[in-house]
Design a protein around this ligand. Structure first.
Ligand code: PHB
Length: 388
């Protein structure tokens, strides 16, 4: 097999890369080790920055999103038993879209297949090589046969645990990591969220987030230990904690819990994001803690930069955009890292014995919600920094 761009991974990064390349007249093949059903059901955050929503709509994959998503002009910070609204629309003229990541994945898969795109699901033993030479290759097993794709570029869109990043030669990458002493216990509940916009709550007992997938489906998270045993959290304990952490600011309806899981928290960046003709994008190159929901947005930003660079190579024989790929992406990645870390450190309890830390966090929350300059900074980052 031969194609122009071999893509490893059918998450938002790989699928969007393939879609954008197709619109630019460039061929690609996507390899994915999971099944289509698994990719379409995998629950992740559900918040899309303004520019990314615009890109989905403008490139023809926003039809269902336009009908079914929820569009928010602001959110709430909750502390000291009061809600404080941050009005993104008023402060920066932008909003955010609430639409599950797996819905974006479903829409992209449907669109790629309708456009004749090739996605091979349930491949085994994927291996990328020769990407420092003339013709990079991907070997894999599919339908019980060993196969190989020769290509011009490889898109490493296979996530944090994928094969692409570890395939880089030793000494090429520098890793930057920060771990957090907590995780999020998340549930999906068949009940209305407490408000039509998101509530980020700081509480003596720890952080909680009240978000949603629809007006009748709440997505709720509570700060827990990083290695929390989900069996220690019967439904009644989860609801009690959610009520306490909301501080009586809104009524919280309880519903049937349809999903429960623990999300780890990690900040990670590898530099550079490219070697030879292997280009890493999305979680393969960086992880953000979920506070602020930047993960998918960064993945979409990476592949927009990459698709334009590849298009410029084929159309105009330009290599400068390809050479700048890593630096261009990392500029945005580090700003999103800073923002995700900042939201996380402001809203979580680190040391339950240290009241200095708590007073400092409360002062920061009071500052962010009472100073227009500080609120504007939050809004600008949350709704998404400009792409150009
Ligand atoms: C979500 O809806 O799952 C979500 C929203 C905002 C976040 C994190 C997760 O910061």
């Amino acid at each position: 097999m031969r194609t122009q761009v071999g893509i490893v991974g059918a998450g938002p990064a790989g699928l969007m890369l393939s879609h954008l390349l197709h619109l630019a007249g460039v061929e690609s093949i996507i390899l994915e080790n999971r099944s289509r059903e698994y990719c379409e059901a995998r629950i992740r955050a559900g918040l899309i920055e303004q520019w990314a929503t615009d890109m989905l709509v403008e490139t023809g994959v926003g039809e269902r999103l336009t009908r079914e998503a929820m569009f928010h002009d602001g959110n709430y910070l909750c502390f000291n038993r009061a809600l404080h609204r941050i009005d993104f629309r008023k402060l920066v003229g932008k909003g955010v879209t609430i639409y599950g990541q797996q819905e974006v994945v479903k829409d992209l898969i449907a669109r790629r297949l309708a456009d004749g795109g090739q996605i091979l699901f349930e491949v085994k033993g994927t291996n990328v090589y020769d990407f420092d030479g003339k013709e990079p290759k991907i070997a894999f097993q599919h339908d019980g046969k060993t196969k190989q794709i020769a290509c011009d570029f490889i898109g490493g869109c296979d996530g944090f645990h994928g094969v692409c990043r570890p395939s880089m030669p030793p000494g090429v990458l520098t890793n930057f990591t920060r771990d957090y002493p907590f995780g999020w216990l998340g549930i999906l509940s068949e009940s209305p969220p407490p408000d039509h916009e998101l509530i980020y709550a700081y509480n003596e007992r720890g952080f909680a987030l009240y978000t949603m997938r629809s007006p009748t489906l709440a997505r709720l998270y509570i700060q827990c230990a990083p290695d929390e045993d989900i069996d220690d959290w019967p439904d009644a304990r989860i609801w009690e904690e959610l009520h306490v952490r909301l501080g009586g600011t809104r009524k919280l309806a309880e519903g049937h819990i349809v999903q429960k899981s623990v999300t780890p928290m990690r900040s990670f960046v590898c530099e550079p994001m490219q070697f030879g003709s292997l280009y890493l994008a999305g979680d393969a190159a960086h992880i953000v803690p979920p506070t602020g929901a930047k993960g998918m947005n960064l993945a979409l930003a990476d592949v927009r930069v990459l698709s334009r660079a590849i298009e410029a190579f084929y159309r105009k024989n330009r290599t400068d955009l390809l050479q700048n790929y890593s630096a261009t992406c990392l500029n945005r990645v580090w700003k999103a890292q800073r923002f995700s870390w900042w939201m996380t450190q402001m809203l979580h309890r680190y040391n339950f014995e240290n009241d200095f830390e708590m007073r400092r966090q409360l002062a920061e929350l009071d500052y962010v919600t009472s100073s227009q300059a500080a609120a504007t900074s939050l809004a600008e980052n949350y709704a998404g920094l400009p792409m150009e």
